[in-house]
Ligand binder design. Structure first.
Ligand SMILES: Nc1ncnc2c1ncn2[C@@H]1O[C@H](COP(=O)(O)OS(=O)(=O)O)[C@@H](OP(=O)(O)O)[C@H]1O
Length: 465
């Protein structure tokens, strides 16, 4: 992995400050995507009420700061800057938002254009971009006449596996569009990558985000896009949350839904250490480090917990427990691993346990697995592979279908993000001994074997001990 000095890494000219999160929606100022199609008269069925547009117009001003440490940090639910103003607006009934009138604001039937909820109006595109599980169209036309499509691609790390780099590389392709974060509705109008967090955990006690409101969240966070575009929900943490694949399947259906998934994976010991380093940071809002355990303690705790989860999953298999009961009840990681799951450094590196849920629901064939190792060695090749998986090309003469030349891509993929600073590595280096690293790698050996089996492809050689 990239922490291994023997592995060549591309130059990292664009390393952002540590606190620049991958969810900040940092748009590349030099890059403009071609405008998505406006609603054409022929593509328009009828006007419907779209409360979402009202929400989009009243984003919280406090949440646009790029220095907000946001990435990988939501389970804490404390001190989230956008949340308070959001809730206040909900309580005040501000502007007939999607929660207005006791209705979610999502039209009951997008394709039929039936009115629902509060004040704004919009138009529905008929029959483009496929259907959701309940028969609604995946694409619709917003209040301002712009065309929007729900995502059909989910890109979830694991975090610390180079997800930010790959997402930002992909963002340079003109056909990619990114789902915004429902707690930061202003992001809908921004271009650029942001972590969506539509299908993971609702903040506790906020009625606007209670369980079961994922459809509504998706509806308000869907970016301007055409049916031919690739709309991506990028949320590295999804892999860890057992509820997430079930929530997605409830809306889209399973294997037959046509959804695609991108998953980046890194040698698990290296990932666990990077995750521990990342969280070993003083959080001024909390007045403490998010992760205060020593690395050794993390490994001991995490290993013990992870093995219990492993045993539960084996039991569920032997008793033929349904995937839903297994994931949501019997073997929910929250019962076994560290909560918040963001500090489950060992548990989140047990990729097979997590991917099994996704493969069961959506089919292995719909997943593109990217090894971080390959991103370091052949970034253009990795990106091309991912783009092909999405039905896209690196280059095209048509500016809506690719970049004009390879030179652009070489430069773009030479950028690597979220590298742990050497100052921090030095500070924590005493704990990251060869012995600890070797111990961790040994621990993960059987899990890597399980991973190789469910992936049906060999793991990078560098993962071996
Ligand atoms: N191109 C490329 N090739 C190989 N490795 C890379 C690349 N880009 C980023 N990185 C390394 O990935 C780590 C950050 O991963 P993420 O962006 O997923 O982190 S985060 O979860 O979004 O915070 C982080 O690892 P550590 O430095 O070990 O912490 C980065 O150095």
């Amino acid at each position: 992995g990239p922490s291994d000095p023997a592995t060549p890494m591309p130059p990292m000219p664009a390393t952002p400050p540590d606190d620049l999160d991958s969810g900040g929606g940092v748009a590349d100022p030099g890059r403009e995507k071609p405008a998505p199609p406006a609603a054409s008269a022929s593509g328009v069925a009828r006007r419907v009420e779209l409360a979402a547009a009202a929400v989009a117009g009243r984003g919280s001003s406090s949440s646009s700061s790029s220095s907000a440490s946001y990435s990988d940090n939501h389970e804490s639910r404390q001190g989230f800057d956008g949340q308070q103003s959001w809730r206040r607006e909900q309580e005040e009934g501000g502007g007939g938002g999607w929660a207005g009138g006791g209705d979610s604001g999502v039209p009951e039937d997008l394709s039929a254009g039936r009115a629902a909820g509060g004040g704004a109006t919009g138009v529905v595109a008929e029959g483009e971009g496929g259907k959701l599980r309940d028969g609604r169209n995946r694409c619709f036309v917003g209040a301002e006449g712009d065309h929007r499509c729900y995502p059909t691609v989910f890109f979830f790390g694991t975090s610390k596996c180079g997800t930010t780099s790959l997402a930002r590389w992909l963002d340079h392709h003109p056909a990619t569009h990114w789902v915004a974060n429902p707690r930061r509705p202003h992001q809908i109008e921004e271009t650029g990558v942001k972590e969506a967090h539509v299908f993971d955990d609702p903040p506790k006690g906020d009625p606007a985000f209670e369980e079961g409101m994922h459809h509504e969240k998706l509806f308000i966070t869907t970016p301007k896009s055409g049916a031919e575009d690739v709309v991506i929900d990028y949320t590295p943490h999804y892999i860890a949350v057992a509820e997430t694949p079930h929530r997605i399947a409830d809306i889209y259906g399973g294997r037959e839904s046509g959804l695609k998934f991108i998953v980046t994976l890194r040698e698990p010991a290296g990932r666990a250490i990077s995750s521990w380093e990342f969280k070993n940071e003083y959080n001024p809002k909390k007045g403490r480090r998010e992760e205060s355990r020593s690395l050794a303690k993390t490994i001991e705790d995490g290993g013990r917990r992870a093995m219990k989860l492993h045993a539960c999953l084996a039991l569920a298999k032997s008793k033929a427990v349904s995937p839903r009961d297994r994931d949501l009840k019997l073997c929910n990681p929250r019962k076994f691993l560290e909560v918040p799951l963001y500090v489950s450094h060992v548990g989140k590196s047990m990729y097979a346990l997590q991917l099994e849920r996704w493969f069961d629901l959506f089919g292995r064939e719909n997943f593109k697995v990217v090894f971080t190792d390959d991103m370091a060695v052949d970034p253009v090749g990795v990106l091309e592979d991912v783009l092909h998986f999405l039905g896209l090309e690196l280059t095209s003469e048509d500016e809506s279908k690719g970049l004009p030349d390879m030179k652009g891509w070489k430069k773009i993929t030479g950028m690597a993000y979220n590298k742990t600073k050497s100052k921090k590595k030095d500070e924590l280096g005493d704990q990251v001994t060869d012995e600890v690293k070797e111990g961790l790698r040994k621990f993960f050996e059987p899990h890597n074997e399980a991973l190789e089996e469910i992936l049906g492809q060999p793991l990078p050689e560098a993962w071996g001990s």
